[in-house]
Design a protein around this ligand. Structure first.
Ligand SMILES: [Zn+2]
Length: 110
């Protein structure tokens, strides 16, 4: 899924807030230039030899920022960043995809 410009801005605002607007130093090459990937990605639970389907499918959505120098990639939970609704939703096949609803993404701390 491609991020809208509004979602991209929300992610950037989130990163600036969490880093207190300090540069993010790449742990590999020590450079500080990053690019926000505008494609939302996800990981799913590894389950040995079977691919989980239906309500038991555990999926975690991520936004990623990529080091301009070496390509090292940082993943930020899209629910925490506030751009994905933590509620599970049904897809067109009627299957549920489960996102991480254990965390309240609407927490306004700090
Ligand atoms: Zn780097």
């Amino acid at each position: 899924m491609k991020l809208t410009s509004e979602q991209s801005q929300k992610v950037l605002d989130y990163i600036i807030q969490k880093t207190e607007n300090k540069p993010i130093v790449c742990p590999i090459c020590r450079k500080e230039q990053w690019t926000l990937n505008d494609i939302l990605t996800e990981t799913r639970e590894f389950n040995d030899d079977k691919i989980p389907m239906g309500p038991e499918l555990q999926v975690m959505p991520f936004v990623s920022i990529i080091c301009n120098n070496c390509g090292h990639t940082l993943l930020i939970n899209a629910i925490r960043a506030g751009i994905i609704d933590p509620q599970p939703k049904k897809n067109e096949d009627g299957l549920q995809s489960q996102t991480d609803s254990r965390e309240d993404s609407n927490q306004k701390k700090d």
